[in-house]
Design a protein around this ligand. Sequence first.
Ligand code: GRF
Length: 194
Amino acid sequence: MKNIVILISGRGSNMQAIVAAAQAQEWPARIAAVISNRADAEGLEFAAQHGIPTAVVVSKNYPSRAEFDTALQTQIEQFSPDLVVLAGFLRILTSEFVQHYAGRMINIHPSLLPNFTGLHTHRQALQAGALEHGATVHVVTAELDHGPILDQARVPVLPDDTEDSLASRVLAQEHILYPRVIRQILDGKLRLQK
Ligand code: GRF
């Protein structure tokens, strides 16, 4: 059994989709832990209700990014991760941390990378007049939102879209895309480049 550790900061709907797929499809892996940098992340309750160990490493309690990342890494290591899955984890990570998990850490970003890195991707897509938008699962590397792309999901941008309507159309696809990519990694059909 492979160990998957999921990092969240809030709602955790992608994490929930991954947990549901792992159970329904009987993945050869366990969700070993869900770890948050915020004690009030809504997703923690869902994880606990599903018998998944949870942990919180409160980012604002650490004076520096490096000290937080060291504490986070110590916590993650308790669960011997084969794969670290960032799912709405709203932290910029140090290059040392990223290097430690090189080739075994992935992220989902709500845009068709390389378009619209950073925050407010749905707003960026609307402002740019994009006709198509979506989500990308990529390997995490030191440069934010720039690692090798594993897969993408596309949605149309509709004429009357608002940020919210576009975000929810993308999110519905994220919930299909992210579990599918993880399954392919577990099955050896997708290899993670460093
Ligand atoms: C998702 O849109 C994800 O792509 C982005 O942050 C959002 C997290 O949502 N990184 P949730 O916490 O998984 O519901």
